[in-house]
Structures are given as C-alpha cells and as structure tokens.
Design a protein around this ligand. Structure first.
Ligand code: HEM
Length: 245
C-alpha cells in the first residue's frame, strides 16, 4: 500500500522539476508549526501533508511527452481566428465588408449594385419598365412569323403587279386601303396588304403608313427589323419624285 511516501518525489527528481511543484522545503516549514499533536518524525510528517503531484512526477504520462498536454503541435486544435473577417459565421460579418478574403467574388466585381449589405439579396420582383409606344398584339392562328416566312417563300403572288414599277408619291397615295395598301420604306415600295394579318404590332399600326413613306416611323418603332427581307416578295417598285410638268 502507499503511505504517501510513494507519491513524494525523491529529492533528486524534485530538483529536476523545479516548476512542476512548489519547492518541497519551502512549504513544510510553514505547516510544521500548525499541527501540534503530531508525533514521529517531523520531516516525514511535513512531507506527508504535502499534496502529491498529479500525475506523479515520474509517471508514464509525464515521461512520454515533453509538453503538459501530452500532444505535439500537429495534434492540437488550431487556435481561433485572430480577425472576425475570417469568421465563417455569416451573422458576424459586417455589412459591406469585402468578401474577397473569403474566396467569394465581391458584388462589385460581378457588376451587381451593392445596397446596404454586400450579402443582401437583390429584389427580383420588380417588373422591367415597359417600353413606350410599342405593343405587340396577339396574332390570329396561322399568322405567326413562321407562317409568314412560309407564305412568302411559297411562290404565291404577293405583289399584285406584273413587274416592278417607278412609283411617285401621288401614285403611292392611291393605295391606302386595307385591301390595297402600299407603303414605301428606304426608297422601295411594298404591297403591305398580305402582311397586315402577320404584323406583330397589329394591322392598325401598320395601316398608319399605308399610301405613304413609312421609313421614319418604321425606324422609330423597330429599326432592327429587316424590312427588305420581311417583304421582299411583296415589293412592287421604287419610290421616285413627282414628275415635273
Ligand atoms: C411593313 C413594314 C413592317 C414590318 C415588316 C414590320 C415588322 C415587325 C416585326 C417583325 C415586329 C416584331 C418585332 C420584334 O419582335 O422585335 C414588329 C413589331 C411591331 N411593329 Fe412593325 N413592321 C412594319 C411596320 C410597322 C410600322 C409602320 C409600324 C408603325 C407604327 C409598326 C409598329 C410595330 C409595333 C408597335 C410593334 C410591336 C413591337 C413590340 O412591342 O415588340 N410596324 N413589326
């Protein structure tokens, strides 16, 4: 059995661990005066009252490791981040903080306007502004752009004239009815009657240029539309100035 002496380090060992336990000689000098009824060897009793070192100074735990944790640096848990910028907790991020340090492209680099917070979600519920002066209409069945492409390449006569003509503004003006509508675009005159029901902007809009030069209005509405390609099979001639007589 242990009698307390076993836990007491030999004087040689104690001197080799100066910081592990208080100096054995310092404390006993104080405590030896307090117990008055103790008998026997004073020196031994002083040592017995001393709390044993735990783990024992010569224990296997102490021997096998040079550090107090028994683990080397590689086995230890890494220290907490020094800066909260590195904190993966989203709630701790400050608004507008650069996210480049987190490996995330910043909103400004993506062309996304930043609001109060770089992490805020941009609202996508706002509808885009409706362009003014433009309004597509619902085309009747069989009158889609594909249907028009099929019709104009079918070989059907969409011109209504045997050959291309020289057309003056006064002559053009005579063709301003729905069933006989001509219009000039970029110096070329087209029979627009066959295209009326296929026009995505509606018959009414297209009839605004019937019997006159529609170049300006066409360019103001949809300059990207290729009228030459759309109405090539409807061409009736070229717009020329009035004859001076
Ligand atoms: C005969 C010549 C014309 C042709 C071949 C033509 C053709 C077209 C085409 C292909 C579109 C669809 C455009 C798109 O989806 O981006 C369109 C739309 C439209 N067009 Fe024309 N167009 C002609 C003349 C006109 C004229 C003279 C007007 C005059 C006011 C007009 C008013 C419109 C409108 C308001 C739309 C609806 C645009 C939209 O909201 O997307 N078009 N047209």
């Amino acid at each position: 059995m242990t009698d307390g002496r076993l836990a007491e380090p030999p004087s040689s060992l104690a001197s080799s661990y100066p910081t592990a336990t208080p100096e054995p000689k310092a404390t006993p000098q104080v405590e030896v005066e307090e117990p008055a009824d103790d008998s026997g060897s004073d020196t031994e009793r002083e040592d017995n009252d001393e709390a044993p070192a735990f783990p024992s100074l010569n224990s296997a735990q102490r021997v096998k490791s040079s550090s107090s944790t028994g683990k080397n640096d590689a086995e230890l848990m890494p220290p907490p981040p020094l800066s909260r910028n590195l904190d993966p907790n989203i709630a701790s991020r400050t608004p507008g903080m650069s996210s480049s340090s987190l490996g995330v492209p910043s909103s400004s680099s993506l062309g996304v306007p930043s609001s109060s917070s770089s992490l805020s979600v941009q609202s996508t519920t706002k509808p885009p502004p409706k362009p003014k002066g433009r309004n597509k209409v619902a085309l009747a069945p069989g009158h889609s752009p594909l249907d028009w492409a099929a019709l104009k390449s079918s070989g059907a006569d969409l011109r209504g004239v045997p050959a291309l003509m020289r057309i003056t503004p006064s002559v053009l003006k005579q063709h301003n009815k729905r069933d006989d509508a001509w219009s000039a675009f970029n110096g070329k005159v087209y029979n627009i009657t066959p295209y009326l029901a296929f026009h995505p902007g509606g018959e009414k809009e297209l009839m605004r240029v019937a019997g006159r030069d529609g170049t300006k209005l066409f360019a103001l509405t949809h300059a990207w539309v290729n009228v030459d390609f759309m109405l090539d099979s409807c061409m009736v001639g070229f717009l020329v100035p009035e004859r001076s007589s």
